[in-house]
Design a binder for this molecule. Structure first.
Ligand SMILES: CC(=O)SCCNC(=O)CCNC(=O)[C@H](O)C(C)(C)COP(=O)(O)OP(=O)(O)OC[C@H]1O[C@@H](n2cnc3c(N)ncnc32)[C@H](O)[C@@H]1OP(=O)(O)O
Ligand SMILES: CCCC(=O)O
Length: 445
């Protein structure tokens, strides 16, 4: 059968696809930008016929009409590999839950531990070789393709066609059904503006960077603000090896800072596993041989990322305690985001010859009531999740300075981390450190 005949025989409407879902099914939506739109809307129409349907997603960027059609949580349960603001909102309603995940391991979870009745993902229209490209969300999709009982592709003409190492598309032979979607534009996450705190942190990180470094930037406002400041620096020959690619990589490339020519692997290319940014980024990714989309168990593998010399990883955190433990994902028991790839890259940076990992955070945070709170705390807020254990943490950076935790004893960590806390909180932190037995009488105050 020709590719076009196959395409016609597999094409169905979104409603026909949604009618295949049964009560009790586990459905996985494409990761982040690749979550389906038309299928989700058609599934919402089936709300009254179904019970106990489980939807899995990650870094959700499109409101789910299906989930929102069921205020009881008895028909649809939402399960997320990584919370976005939308996932946080769903969780606060009581029927959405976080799935603990170390991102590099995710393909194996879906290959071995998670049933998947239906995998449905958006992708670019079929190319002349019969491939549907989903390179903006490569992630763990190959694992789902291997295990899902039914694979449905929702075609979207706005999807860029992204070059890849592997895992960035699916051939029509492996697809069960094709939906021609509504061609809605991809969600956009505009870069946050660069604050004075970001500038103070960037100045310190830039002082530790060299020509030829290979950069990973984590999710969130601060790492990407730092990326923009790297674009404005005079560094040259930088490389990119990251999990999420954001607009700041376009800045670094277009400013002539990043060419990847000193990388030992994927030379001359930025390796990444998913994209989230603005249309400018999606246009940059389209047919661009400078980028390579890979599954997450390649980008985030410590043995892969760590094999690149001078890997510099820049990630954000919610809290750091005086032992150097990093909480990057919760506030007490309230899940904010997820472990994601942070631990993967913190470990990889230390494995890399000349590598450096930077956990960058503002020294304070204003809570919902307007009170200023220190992010450097004696201990992580009770119930908080440790994303990076104290032995894995390297540099912690605030607008007041930088401290390298590696090899430092508990009293040195207390002194060093209090030294980069906001001055208003230092005396209180010293008293707590004394009470915890990690303050030496001769420590510098
Ligand atoms: C992507 C890669 O290449 S791999 C590695 C990257 N992955 C990670 O680092 C995973 C963990 N890190 C993260 O998810 C992010 O960096 C974060 C959450 C630390 C920061 O992300 P941002 O989007 O910049 O956070 P932002 O400042 O908007 O805050 C997000 C939420 O946390 C809340 N929050 C932030 N700090 C605190 C705090 N100290 N206490 C309580 N709540 C807090 C905010 O109020 C906001 O909640 P709301 O939107 O529901 O009101
Ligand atoms: C899981 C995607 C984002 C992250 O690593 O933080």
């Amino acid at each position: 059968m020709s590719l076009q005949d196959q395409y016609r025989s597999k094409r169905i409407t979104a409603r026909e696809a949604a009618r295949m879902v049964k009560s009790g099914d586990w459905i996985e939506y494409g990761f982040c930008l690749a979550a389906p739109r038309a299928f989700d809307a058609a599934l919402a129409e089936r709300c009254d016929d179904l019970t106990d349907v489980h939807i899995r997603a990650g870094v959700s960027v499109y409101p789910s009409l299906a989930f929102e059609s069921d205020p009881t949580g008895e028909r649809f349960t939402w399960n997320s590999w990584h919370f976005s603001g939308l996932d946080r909102r769903y969780a606060s309603q009581g029927s959405a839950f976080y799935i603990p995940m170390r991102f590099r391991e995710l393909p194996r979870y879906v290959l071995e531990n998670q049933p998947t009745d239906v995998f449905v993902t958006q992708a670019a229209p079929m190319d002349r070789y019969g491939f549907f490209n989903f390179g903006v969300s490569n992630s763990h999709h190959y694992g789902l393709i291997a295990r899902a009982k039914k694979i449905i592709i929702e075609v979207n003409e706005h999807f860029p066609r992204v070059h890849g190492g592997h895992g960035h598309g699916i051939h029509i032979d492996q697809v069960d059904h094709i939906i021609e979607g509504d061609n809605l534009p991809l969600a956009e996450l505009p870069p946050a503006s660069v604050s004075d705190v970001d500038k103070a942190i960037a100045t310190q990180v830039l002082a530790k960077m060299h020509d030829g470094d290979c950069v990973q930037l984590g999710i969130g406002g601060m790492p990407n603000a730092l990326g923009r400041m790297i674009a404005e620096s005079d560094l040259k020959d930088l490389g990119g090896h990251t999990e999420m690619i954001a607009d700041s990589f376009v800045d670094m490339f277009q400013a002539g800072r990043m060419n990847g020519l000193r990388k030992a692997i994927d030379r001359g290319r930025i390796a990444f596993t998913f994209a989230l940014g603005t249309k400018r980024l999606y246009d940059f990714l389209d047919e661009n041989p400078f980028v390579a989309s890979y599954p997450v168990d390649y980008t985030n593998a410590t043995e892969v990322a760590g094999s690149i010399d001078n890997l510099v990883t820049i990630n954000n955190a919610v809290e750091v305690d005086l032992f150097g433990q990093v909480c990057a994902e919760s506030s007490g028991t309230r899940q904010i985001s997820g472990t994601g790839g942070q631990l993967d890259f913190v470990i990889a940076a230390y494995r890399s010859k000349g590598g450096r990992s930077f956990i960058c955070l503002s020294s304070t945070y204003r809570d919902k009531a307007g009170n200023i709170k220190s992010r450097i705390l004696p201990t992580i807020t009770p119930g908080g999740i440790i994303t990076d254990t104290r032995a894995t943490t390297m540099y912690v950076v605030t607008e007041y300075g930088m401290f390298n935790c590696k090899g430092q004893s508990t009293w040195q960590r207390a002194e060093g981390l209090i030294g980069i806390a906001h001055p208003q909180f230092r005396e209180e932190l010293i008293s707590k450190a004394e009470a915890m037995g990690i303050w030496r009488r001769s420590n510098k105050r």
